[in-house]
Design a protein around this ligand. Sequence first.
Ligand code: NDP
Length: 460
Amino acid sequence: MSLVQFVEQTLGTDNAHRYINQLLETVQERNPSEVEFHQAVREVLISLIPVLSQKPKYMEHAVLDRLVEPDRLISFRVPWTDDTGKIRVNRGYRVQFSNAIGPYKGGLRFHPSVNASIIKFLGFEQIFKNALTGQSIGGGKGGADFDPRGKSDLEIMRFCQSFMTELSKHIGPDTDVPAGDIGVGAREIGYMFGQYKKLVGAYEAGVLTGKGIGYGGSLGRKEATGYGAVYFVEEMLKSAGLGFNGSTVVVSGSGNVSIYAMEKAMQLGAKVVACSDSSGYIYHQAGINLDTIKRLKEVEYRRCQDYVLEHPDAVYVEGCSGIWTIACDIALPCATQNEINKLSAELLVRNGVKAVGEGANMPSTLEAIDVFLDNNVLFAPAKAANAGGVSVSALEMAQNSARLAWTMEEVDLKLQQIMHNIYSESLKASQDYGVPGNLVVGANIAGFVKVADAMIAQGV
Ligand code: NDP
């Protein structure tokens, strides 16, 4: 059942629908022009109508009125000096949305598109995703409108140090624990950790996750989001008698999530034929050579375009949305928000896609999700499918607290178990609340209930 049909079915049934409509209006009035935030709130709120109808206590305690307002949004100046000696200024953010079930937790994004709306949509979604993992972590997010592309290593270091000089006042191992996201990988986390350590004068390993293995990082964190998304999709495929083995897969992006989603899909027997960056995509009918992509992206910081220099039978096409015109069994959007619109979704369906797994955050528009659900495409929403990254971040925090390190096998087994649990809980919630198999609704409800019950227990 699509989200539109779902809303129509619940229309006028009770106070819950009226309450949600009013709340959505309030959110729009209070946060004018924050379109990404409105979109994320809308998707979550609509899907919670059945739980509010059955359990009006959540409305009586104004749980959602409280959740749509972050505990705080911090915005700050980040001055730094480029290699020519010129002083540059960017804007940094940290949103601390909810610490009802644990310290704020969520990544940092460095990308020119970053603004309050993007950070708030990501932080809001993080509340429910983190609850869904079953670990004690609240929701937060941060970043800056800094563009790491084309910057030298020293410029990146100076930026990270300046960013952390302010951020350090607001975070801590029991307060708020940032990690990576778009534009922030192990290198940036390393520079920020170095600066934090210097500022506080203590080795608080648990203040950041995604650290290098040699100084408190967890084995398997780098792989966790991509692997976790594939584990989740494999569970979903299994329920329909399908699997990755023998399938053709398209994965957008060529960053952290994308690379490890490709790796796990290949390990499970799939052929990945395309991936992309923000400039364009490559189509390699024989199957993407992941060693080349890893070297180009993780070591040499180069563009996808250069792949065809080494693989002349592959094709490079400018512009990234064209990647969804490629026929595939499974599509894994792993680049950025709203990269699949209604038209791209219709093309994927026409070309026979059987399953879509969101590795990125909110990569499908609400209209695109409806196209998938209306056409019985198996759909794994981001909140559930990409929760593997934050799950292993929480495992990194646990290892830091206990001052020990687990093996890759131990972490990977725990990740598989967590993804299995997230799938089962989301499926069960979708069944319990009358939309069997709709994992968008199921994941939102399963995450929400944990946070809402904790908020009620802790009072206003
Ligand atoms: P990376 O920076 O490692 O990679 C991002 C990839 O997406 C790059 O290939 C980048 O291309 C491409 N991209 C970025 N912006 C755009 C855009 N506007 N249009 C087209 N392509 C774009 O980031 P991650 O892999 O870490 O993150 C990808 C997604 O996954 C994000 O939505 C993030 O929020 C989500 N996510 C990440 C987690 C993690 O653990 N890292 C955890 C959960 C979710 P280019 O190099 O040209 O910029």
